[in-house]
Design a protein around this ligand. Structure first.
Ligand SMILES: C[S@@+](CC[C@H](N)C(=O)[O-])C[C@H]1O[C@@H](n2cnc3c(N)ncnc32)[C@H](O)[C@@H]1O
Length: 292
């Protein structure tokens, strides 16, 4: 029996993760505890390979998706017809795959996944082979069917603020009569958003978008906001740093980007957790919109 076969599931998972870190975190850091070798925080946008990699690190260290799924499952069961799912900004397809496919109670017969990042689209096609993939951004996409569930999860960060309302109205225009639109974004008071506010003096607020939408949409729609809690938890500093940097990149980082040293200090000071690991909140606002 090989050494690998002797490992428990937890050990094997840890070994896999250590290997993965060695292969992938080198992009950001060659050392576990000191990241001083580069002066500036890395800057990348949501259409790059680097973004894709950082997103994977985040996904491995958060309960954000598990917690989102619990609430989404309840919402999906309340939708009377589960014919079409439209996932706008589907990313790697993890969330899409929860509701894509036939026969099960929480699955939709047909899935359209809108995803402009080519690298993420490759993964999306593997995760959801039966999806129809539209390679445009929301404003350019033209789905030919209406959605009984339209999901737009953690996408609005990458949309210019003055285009938020137009994007929301576009999503709403794809709703079937008894359909539900769910727009998910981090709550503006989370540790991650406070960090963004600390470095750049601004954050995101879905409640403001809801108010704007309500004021312009007569009484044809009902909109509500719910809070779903979530955290990032890491055992080591290098991983916490990569995720903090990913969070900073939610906004277009102005030049010059913050000093790496400043972000390191912030992470050590604000996110250090009792046992020497790191923990910070990334609670999510769910904006729910239905026709009335
Ligand atoms: C943080 S990921 C979220 C992926 C997935 N929805 C989830 O919750 O895990 C954001 C995704 O939005 C996509 N995106 C960015 N701008 C977009 C736009 N204007 N329209 C549609 N998708 C966009 C990015 O390519 C990326 O895949």
């Amino acid at each position: 029996m090989s050494n690998k076969q002797h490992l428990s599931g937890v050990q094997a998972g840890q070994t896999y993760w250590n290997d993965w870190k060695r292969r992938n975190l080198r992009h950001w850091s060659d050392q576990e505890d000191s990241l001083n070798d580069s002066k500036w925080v890395s800057v990348y946008d949501s259409q790059t390979e680097k973004y894709h990699k950082a997103f994977e690190v985040f996904l491995k260290h958060t309960d954000q998706k598990v917690n989102a799924k619990k609430r989404l499952d309840q919402l999906v069961k309340q939708i009377p017809n589960r014919r079409v799912l439209i996932d706008a900004g589907a990313g790697n397809g993890q969330v899409t795959s929860w509701y894509s496919g036939k026969f099960e109670e929480t699955k939709f017969n047909q899935t359209l996944a809108i995803e402009p990042n080519a690298s993420l689209r490759d993964e999306l096609r593997l995760t959801c082979p039966s999806c129809e993939v539209l390679p445009q951004k929301i404003l350019e996409a033209k789905p030919k069917v209406l959605g009984d569930l339209i999901l737009c999860s953690h996408v609005f960060y990458y949309i210019e603020r003055d285009e938020w309302l137009a994007n929301l109205q576009k999503l709403v225009s794809w709703l079937s009569d008894e359909g539900l639109l769910v727009v998910i974004l981090q709550n503006h008071e989370t540790d991650c958003m406070q960090m963004i506010a600390h470095f750049f003096g601004e954050g995101y607020n879905l409640s403001e978008l809801k108010e704007k939408f309500d004021s312009q949409s007569s009484n044809d729609y009902q909109s509500d906001i719910e809070l779903v809690e979530a955290h990032v938890t890491t055992e080591d500093f290098a991983t916490a740093y990569v995720i903090a940097e990913f969070m900073l990149n939610l906004i277009p980082i102005p030049e010059p980007s913050p000093l790496r040293r400043e972000l390191e200090q912030y992470v050590r000071k604000e996110f250090r957790y009792l046992d020497g690991g790191y923990r910070f909140s990334c609670h999510q606002d769910f904006l729910l919109i239905r026709k009335v």
